[in-house]
Design a protein around this ligand. Sequence first.
Ligand code: FAD
Length: 516
Amino acid sequence: SKPLILVLGDQLSHDLPSLQALPDGAVIALCEVADEGRYVPHHPQKIAMMLAAMRHFADELRARGLRVHYSALDAPDNTQSLVSEAERLARYYGCDEIRVVRPGEWRLWEAFKAREAGPLPCRLLEDNRFYTTPEAFAAWMRGRKQPRLEHFYRAQRRATGLLMEAGAPLGGKWNYDADNRHPLADAPPLPAPLRHAPDAITRDVLELVAEHFGEHFGRLEDFDWPVTRAQARAELADFLETRLAHFGRYQDAISDEAPRLFHSRLAAALNLGLLSPRETCEAAEREYLEGRAPLNSVEGFIRQILGWREYVRGLYWTRMPDYKRGNHLEASRGLPSCYWSGDTELHCLRRAIEMTRDHAYAHHIQRLMVTGNFALLCGVAPQALCDWYLAVYADACEWVELPNTLGMVLHADGGLMGSKPYCASGKYIDRMSDHCRHCRYDPKRVTGTHACPLNALYWHFLMRHRDRLASNPRMRLIYAGLERMGEAKREAIRQQAEAFLEGLACETAPRWAGGD
Ligand code: FAD
């Protein structure tokens, strides 16, 4: 056979199954298409990172002597959609089938699946870059009423032997999160970031993106993402050397100044295929085994990749397409306009949005407990919030973004991602960050003009969802606190929250939103 091997923008790995044992005459196609750049308004840094990485990868394939067709975004014959571009190229080169590895989105998976038995058949291959396959995950899920990350993670530790000795977890515990909740107050100085100077290929891409996608939310100026495997390896080495040892302790801390802190910033390179999760976890494990990083950091880091990253992917592929329609709390508000403008007096929210705009990055706790928590408390519709997260982060791919946003942040999957919503008041932000001292609101007040809006919104959220949440054993203490408050205080909170919500500018609620 003479296949057209379609390599998608997040499959830039030489170990990809479709690139093994290539028959003579195989043509490898990489396609930049406008459709993929625009179905949500992706951050210009995200688009530039992917296009620059694709162009570098195509050059690496050519250097290996392989036949590569590269459809550039501004090529006159580019049909600007992935499926039509693959079909056009297959016909052009006289190929008799299209081969593609499982894409990162259900939408594309369905489009290729529908063509499996067509006149120009599409052959879908399983992605081997993960620890688990969707099939193996589905088998693990079978018969489990309440799937939990912790159970899945332990099974993964046993299967891989990472941080294990004689069938038991190193150090005697599976999880060291109790050591991992320190605010930054006692942290050492932050290491200087490794910079990647853009080469000629990347500079061309930056110009192209400024021209075609300059109107999207997000600054392009400080573009600094790794776009080759060599750069991604350098980023990993730098993380291991300068940040991993402190990763655990300050994992949940938030800074008014610095977006990245002791986080790895490796998600984008992992998702593009420039780094493999195996080499990343094994390298982190080595740091512990050789005495350079403590167990709480290394275990915490490995859990994110071996645990969470695989778990969300498994949920995505076993629960789609219904997963995307989940709206357990019947939230219907449009996205607050400040998510695009940064125009809000809540200082924590403004800083998270500004950092996102400037770097196409925010760390997990900013996503979960700042932009996420605010949207949860305000009742933002899942699809409105998911589209935002998918657009604005360099590492955003639907298979990982959707379970995190719809499931973990909005509790819209009814509890698959977390047994309770991660709702929090202003006091949490004050404990974990230095935002509040720059804010016009007071995190200790619940009502009145100086009160932090998150406080009234928090209790209002709990009151609105009492029927669904009060019986949750993990929420009982919180609801007991609400009961003790007395009706007059509850009424004052209700009025405070409702006045805030009335004044909150939001995009018009989209058509698909359920009733609230
Ligand atoms: P680190 O803190 O250094 O963590 C190490 C690695 O662990 C990450 O690079 C990532 O690969 C993995 N990881 C950590 N947490 C998670 C998680 N919850 N789920 C899956 N993998 C995880 N991650 C994405 O890769 N793409 C997304 O589109 C994405 N959307 C998110 C949306 C929301 C609302 C939330 C709450 C989280 C989202 N995450 C997403 C997970 C996580 O926030 C990012 O992976 C992380 O912030 C990336 O920064 P980092 O590389 O510095 O991560």
